[in-house]
Structures are given as structure tokens and as C-alpha cells.
Design a protein around this ligand. Structure first.
Ligand SMILES: Cc1cc2nc3c(=O)[nH]c(=O)nc-3n(C[C@H](O)[C@H](O)[C@H](O)COP(=O)(O)OP(=O)(O)OC[C@H]3O[C@@H](n4cnc5c(N)ncnc54)[C@H](O)[C@@H]3O)c2cc1C
Length: 410
């Protein structure tokens, strides 16, 4: 496919072909509920406590509603059902093992082993080209925070600051950090051997510098011939467009392919609140427009440098997705260029995913899985993101209603 075809995200028949009438009605119900902020706020407050106290039926209700909409299953094996269904529509899968906030060396080793299991499994499935990891899954948050704080206080390049910061740790911390590096390297090695891409998620700004440095070190080893490792860049940060350019310069200098997954960013309120509380300038863009401008400029930059950058457009923004295909068209590049991939979260923006797939793009759903109690933070973020009728929920609900109506009349 050489591109040039006109892509539209309005076709709800393609978007929801994988859902039965009953499933579509369930989605309609869920998004209607999520459009009531007071209900979502109450749910956000009581659900974690209800889970902790083992209140009867909490898990059953979650499993049948929000979990079913946004999560692939409680086990790796359960995700197969969703992955198989998506494959029928040429939609790929990025597996995301939902481990968040569990600390301690035993938990970190366990997470590493689970990530390994995901890579092994993905390697056996033709439509699972990537898996995602969070460094906080196998590194102590406060150690990352300490490294980040030291790095911030130092002048010079990211790598120089990183090496100096590691040197400043005490012996015990150095050994601990060594274990984090080893876990990361073990995962990258297996992924490289088994031909599965690893996407390293971006988290809070106050731990991100060491994560970026670690990711670039891994790219320098494993991305020499193809992109195995991808960093995530949050364009709601005002410094990330420059960081993309610096990362590209590093890729040129060290001769590796830069894996760049572009997102806007999921922790805006938290970032702004912390900056205000601790009295430092917010790392977040002043407004949505600036965020959108940088996101689209980052896409442009990547498409201009596809020889050395492998791009993942990870977004539910219709314009950003469409714009990427238009840039490819303009350069006469195919929509399924090996260095361009699109991805949306499972349960959201099916109109984008399935219409991109129909147009021949390489596109996937980000599919988290894990025990209910472990994916609660992820579900909370989805509920929050979807709690505004004027925002994502309005979009989702409008599309679902349109498709329900279409099915009724055909
Ligand atoms: C496949 C995939 C992987 C992801 N991985 C990560 C990850 O690793 N780390 C991560 O943080 N997030 C991740 N996200 C979530 C992502 O960062 C966004 O929260 C989400 O996708 C919404 O942004 P959008 O591009 O879809 O579009 P839109 O709906 O157009 O934009 C909403 C986003 O714009 C930004 N925004 C909104 N208002 C303002 C404002 N006033 N000022 C500045 N910015 C504003 C916020 O980031 C908000 O989430 C991922 C998303 C996808 C689809």
C-alpha cells in the first residue's frame, strides 16, 4: 500500500465490527456512567478501599464493567481471546503487564520474571510485536527520585549527569542500581533475541531522567540494526521536543536507531500540583494548544528522520493520527512504513484504530492485563481521563451511539 488513500475516522461500522450488539450496549452504559464526574470521583475514592477491605462483589462489579472495557484479562493466557479477535481486523497488540507500585527486591525480581514471560509469549504470537514495561516495576521509586534530583542539580549532557549521579550513590545504593540495570538488560537481551520490541513507559518527571538515561544506554546496545527498545516522550512537557532532537543527535553520534513512542502524557494534574506545592516551575506546557503543537512538531521531526527514528504515534487525538498519515503521503512513503506504528489504548478510540488498520497502517491496541487489584491504578487513570463529557467520553459515547443507531436501521 503506497498511501494517498483518504482516511476517515467516522466509519463506526469498521470501528465496532469486533463488538456484538450486547457488548456495544455495555460500552454505552459504561461511558454514560463515566460521563458523570461526581460518580467517577466517588468511585475513585471508595474503590481502592473496598478492594483492600475485601468488600463482597467489588471485584465482580469491576470485572464485568470497567475491567472488561479496558483490560485484556487477569492472566497472560486470558489476553489471547482479545488478541485473536483483534487479529481478525489486522489490529496488533502491545502487551502491558499491569504492575504498579509494588516495592521490594523480591517483587522487583518477580516483575522482571513476569516481563520475561510476556516476551516469551509475545514471541510466539504473530500479532504481538511489542510489550511495554515500567522501570518502576523493578526499581525503587525513591532511588530513581534520588538519582533524578542529583542529575537535575548537575550541568552537562544527560549521560554525563547520569554517570556522575550514579557515582554519587553510596555503595549499597550502587549495588541496588546495578541490579536495576541488570534487570533491564536481561529483558532487552531476551526481547532482542526473540524479536519483540520493548516500549519503556514514561512516568513522573521527578524520576524520568535516570529512566531516559537507562533507555538510551539500552538503545545504544540493542538498536544498532533495528529498533528493539523505545523510549516514551511526553509532549505535555515543554522540554520534550528539544529532548527528542537531543536523542536523535545521540543516535546519530552513537549510530543506533532511536525508538520514539510519542504520547501527550498521563500525569498532568499530579505534575502541576507537585510543582505548585514545592514551588518550582511546572514542567507542563501552559495550555493544550502548546501541547498539541509540540506533539505534531515531534511527529513531523520523526517523519523527517525515519532513517534513524522508529516512531510510535501513541495517541487518541484524531488530528495527530491523521496528520502522520498525511506527512507520509506527502513524502510518498507507505502507510505501513516499517518505522511507523500507531497505537491506542484497548477500550478507547476504536474509530481511529480500526480505520487506520483498514487503510493499511501498522496499528495496535495497548492491552494491559493483570489481577484486578494490580490494575486498579491503571483503571483509575482511565476513569479519570474519561470522566468529562466534553472530552474523551463525549467522543466515545457519540461514536457508540452512532453505531447503535446504524445497526438499528440496517
Ligand atoms: C498506546 C498508548 C501508550 C501510552 N503510554 C503512556 C506512557 O508511557 N506515559 C504516559 O504518561 N502516558 C501514556 N499514554 C497516555 C497519554 O499520555 C495520554 O494521557 C492520552 O493518550 C491522551 O492524550 P491523546 O494524545 O490521546 O490526546 P488528546 O485527548 O488530544 O489530549 C489529552 C492530553 O493532552 C494533554 N493536555 C490536556 N490539557 C492540557 C493543558 N491544558 N495543558 C497541557 N497539556 C494538556 C494531557 O496530556 C492530556 O492527557 C499512552 C497512551 C497511548 C494511547
Amino acid at each position: 500500500m503506497t498511501g494517498q488513500s483518504k482516511i476517515s475516522f467516522d466509519n463506526t461500522e469498521y470501528a465496532f465490527a469486533y463488538k456484538t450488539d450486547a457488548e456495544l450496549k455495555q460500552a454505552n452504559f459504561l461511558f454514560s456512567i463515566m460521563g458523570k464526574p461526581w460518580l467517577v470521583n466517588m468511585g475513585l475514592k471508595i474503590t481502592p478501599a473496598f478492594i483492600k477491605w475485601g468488600i463482597p462483589f467489588t471485584k465482580t462489579i469491576i470485572r464485568k464493567t470497567i475491567f472488561k472495557q479496558f483490560v485484556g484479562g487477569e492472566t497472560l493466557e486470558e489476553t489471547a481471546r482479545v488478541a485473536d479477535k483483534l487479529e481478525q481486523y489486522k489490529v496488533q497488540v502491545i502487551l502491558d503487564y499491569g504492575v504498579e507500585g509494588k516495592e521490594g527486591e523480591a517483587n522487583f525480581d518477580h516483575a522482571r520474571d513476569e516481563f520475561k514471560r510476556v516476551i516469551d509469549y509475545a514471541a510466539t504470537q504473530a500479532n504481538i510485536p511489542f510489550m511495554s514495561i515500567k522501570v518502576t516495576g523493578f526499581a525503587r521509586f525513591s532511588l530513581l527520585e534520588k538519582l533524578d534530583a542529583v542529575m537535575h542539580a548537575l550541568p552537562g549532557t544527560l549521560m554525563k549527569r547520569y554517570l556522575q549521579a550514579v557515582e554519587s550513590l553510596n555503595e549499597e545504593e550502587k549495588e541496588e542500581w546495578h541490579r536495576v540495570r541488570l534487570r533491564t538488560q536481561q529483558l532487552c537481551e531476551i526481547a532482542d533475541k526473540k524479536n519483540v520490541g520493548i516500549l519503556i513507559d514514561a512516568e513522573e518527571t521527578w524520576i524520568q531522567d535516570p529512566v531516559d538515561a537507562l533507555t538510551i544506554l539500552m538503545m545504544d546496545v540493542f538498536n544498532k540494526k533495528k529498533a528493539v527498545i523505545y523510549n516514551t516522550l511526553q509532549l505535555y512537557r515543554h522540554d520534550r521536543l528539544q529532548f527528542l532532537k537531543d536523542s536523535y543527535d545521540a543516535a546519530e553520534e552513537r549510530n543506533f536507531i532511536l525508538g520514539a513512542k510519542l504520547v501527550r502524557g498521563a500525569y498532568m494534574e499530579k505534575e502541576r500540583n507537585r510543582a505548585a506545592e514545592m514551588n518550582y516551575p511546572s514542567p507542563i506546557q501552559p495550555d493544550k494548544e502548546s501541547c498539541d503543537n509540540d506533539y505534531n512538531a515531534a511527529v513531523e521531526y520523526c517523519v523527517e528522520h525515519l532513517d534513524k527514528i522508529s516512531l510510535i504515534v501513541a495517541s487518541h487525538n484524531e488530528y495527530s493520527n491523521l496528520y502522520t498519515t498525511q506527512l507520509l503521503d506527502k513524502k510518498g512513503l507507505p502507510h505501513n512504513h516499517p518505522h511507523v506504528h500507531f497505537s491506542q489504548l484497548y477500550g478507547m478510540s476504536d474509530n481511529i484504530t480500526f480505520n487506520l488498520a483498514k487503510a493499511g497502517c501498522s496499528v495496535s491496541k495497548y492491552l494491559p492485563f493483570g489481577p484486578i487489584k494490580d490494575v486498579i491504578p491503571y483503571l483509575m487513570r482511565r476513569a479519570q481521563e474519561n470522566s468529562s463529557v466534553s472530552g474523551q467520553t463525549g467522543r466515545e459515547l457519540g461514536l457508540i451511539k452512532k453505531e447503535l443507531q446504524r445497526r438499528k436501521t440496517t
